[in-house]
Design a protein. Structure first.
Length: 64
């Protein structure tokens, strides 16, 4: 049997932490930033942890 391929889109968007959780970036931080407040842009700049339900789906895409 051939090996499973990692989903190319997922490997660009998600990253594992040291404890095995999956980090993601916030949406809405790529353009039209002039109307957003400094506080909102600062919060969007930080990373977030995937919820357990979504993490299970992404782990399949990342073949881990």
């Amino acid at each position: 049997m051939p090996k499973m391929k990692t989903n190319a889109g997922a490997k660009k968007r998600f990253e594992f932490t040291g404890t095995g959780k999956i980090k993601r970036k916030h949406a809405y931080h790529s353009h039209i930033l002039t109307k957003k407040t400094k506080k909102r842009k600062r919060i969007l700049d930080s990373t977030a942890i995937l919820t357990p339900g979504d993490a299970a789906k992404v782990k399949k895409l990342l073949v881990k």
